[in-house]
Design a protein around this ligand. Sequence first.
Ligand code: ZN
Length: 251
Amino acid sequence: MLYGVFSDVHSNLEALTAVLDYFDDLGVEGYICCGDLVGYGPDPVACLERIRALKNLSLIVGNHDLATIGRLELDWFNQYARAAVLWTQMQLSAGDRLFLEGLTARLETKQFTLAHGTPRNPPEEYLLSAGQFRDNVPHVRTWPLFVGHSHMPLLFRFADAERLQVEAHFLEEREEVLPREADGRSAPVALNPGSVGQPRDQDRRAACALYDSTKGTFRVFRLPYDVAAVQAKIRAVGLPEYLALRLDYGQ
Ligand code: ZN
């Protein structure tokens, strides 16, 4: 089965549209979304509507989603993120909030596991180091593990059969990864598709990935979208200027 994998949409409708159109063109049969649907950007309601309409969707909430529905303290957010959460709270309908309230921060299916940050602390811990990967392995039963939160396309897996070394690397565009074990099952591997709406790897293009569960392959793709249109909306609704500027640089 071919899955479209995406994360950290952050209310960026133009970027989300580019990604979903691309998935459509490729004929994906299911969707995997690792959370942070809202926050930062100017189109929370429209993004929720697009995501809710997806068929065969595996979806979890991220820290920005949880803060928006009052389930996570704002103390840990910087001033820009906090301003966007407070603004987003005023945009959502009761139905939008109910939808977010119905989602979990971690999800395990028969084929894969989803966690926004890490399986042991789904909404908040960033999976960025080999040591963190090793510590999180006991918290997962079904591999691969898909994560988001860091807004960077990353891979973590063991480099050897004895599990002495962890391989951690940045996923280049179209690089194919995820060979399976001899018995056909997926070995422990964590995959981050990067961020749709606010990439932080100095590449302003939207990031997403394709996961082919039959072949066992995962590939990241980057898609251009109308960044200027999103920046104009951010300014028009009065969100902090920094949130518009950072989209230019992929920060
Ligand atoms: Zn995020």
